[in-house]
Design a protein around this ligand. Structure first.
Ligand SMILES: Nc1ncnc2c1ncn2[C@@H]1O[C@H](COP(=O)(O)OP(=O)(O)O)[C@@H](O)[C@H]1O
Ligand SMILES: [Mg+2]
Length: 310
């Protein structure tokens, strides 16, 4: 089925997208668990992960007290992914604690863990979409944490949720692709679908693990712009693992540097001197920032706060 957002009005689009799934007017639409956004108050204390005796994250301690846009940088193997995965419970911590708004979120299981994971949505380098499924269904999967197994089994979605999914896709400039299979989209578009799926949960925090590492510079910029805008406009906290310094400098207000599992820098981008960067990347005197740059550096910053393409 091909449908262009320009041809079909929004109501028509909802109808068209409803054809290949069971839509109900009686089902409970997805409702956020959050009362209000408020401060994230995400406190990480001495968080540690060891894999078979090898320490991947070593006593990481961080406090995030206001909505923030944070970049975590460091070499491959520094522990960035493990740190993010421990934050949302994908990987259990070996020791240490994470609290969110005063409550411990480490060691959760079952429904409380799923509730936390809805508050703290994650996006990945490889998008992790269901390739053969259409875009809007992928976005609706963002509500899985809240839906009953039965509703999921029968592909049952409240009409309201489909409308919301389309609104989110529209905000990210990809509503016209709503009915296409995810695999038909470009990498940059797929990553925006993954962001839409995360937003469907209305999370307080978005964790992004190298979200632009598989994208060309143009799409990398579009995706980073989208994350920045979500932070600026919604007040969500975005914590983004980034391979490279220049992207962190360009988009983030706070940069955390990891080296060999430890947090070795935590400060503003302007405090990140070449000497500090050398420590983070563990390079010698011949260290050059060019070695840690992506081609995104060639693009201008002004696009950053501009509207995303429709
Ligand atoms: N599931 C795992 N099993 C064993 N070792 C792992 C696992 N995940 C990560 N590691 C190790 O932990 C360290 C940190 O990895 P990772 O968090 O992926 O770093 P980064 O994301 O900064 O590249 C690396 O030495 C890696 O090999
Ligand atoms: Mg990683």
């Amino acid at each position: 089925m091909r449908v262009s957002f320009a041809d079909a009005g929004r109501a028509d689009l909802v109808t068209i997208l409803s054809l290949n799934r069971h839509v109900t007017d009686v089902g409970q639409p997805y409702e956020s668990q959050r009362k209000a956004l408020g401060d994230p108050m995400l406190h990480i204390t001495s968080l540690t992960k060891t894999f078979a005796g090898k320490t991947a994250v070593d006593r990481a301690t961080l406090e995030i007290d206001g909505p923030a846009m944070i970049g975590i940088i460091g070499r491959s193997g520094a522990g960035k992914s493990t740190l993010l995965r421990m934050l949302n419970g994908l990987t259990p911590a070996t020791s240490g604690e994470v609290t969110f708004q005063g409550k411990a979120v480490t060691g959760l299981k079952g429904a409380p863990l799923r509730a936390w994971q809805a508050q703290c949505a994650m996006i990945f380098q490889q998008f992790n979409l269901v390739p053969r499924m259409d875009v809007v269904s992928n976005v609706l999967h963002g509500t899985l944490n809240k839906r009953s197994t039965l509703a999921t089994m029968f592909n049952l979605y409240p009409r309201e949720d489909i409308g919301r999914a389309i609104d989110i896709l529209e905000r990210l400039g990809i509503a016209e692709h709503a009915a296409k299979r995810a695999e038909a989209l470009s990498g940059g578009q797929q990553q925006r679908v993954a962001i839409a799926r995360a937003l469907m949960q209305d999370p307080a925090i978005i964790l992004a693990d190298e979200p632009i590492a598989s994208l060309d510079p143009m799409n990398a910029q579009i995706v980073m712009d989208a994350l920045r805008r979500i932070h600026d406009e919604d007040g969500r906290t975005v914590i983004c693992n980034l391979h490279t310094l220049d992207t962190a400098r360009r988009y983030c207000d706070r940069v955390i540097g990891m080296f060999a599992g430890r947090i070795v820098f935590d400060g503003r981008p302007d405090q990140l001197t070449t000497g500090v960067a050398r420590d983070i990347y563990g390079a010698g005197d011949d260290f050059s920032e060019a070695a840690t740059s992506t081609a995104i550096a060639v693009l201008d910053r002004p696009g950053m706060l501009a509207r995303m393409p429709a």
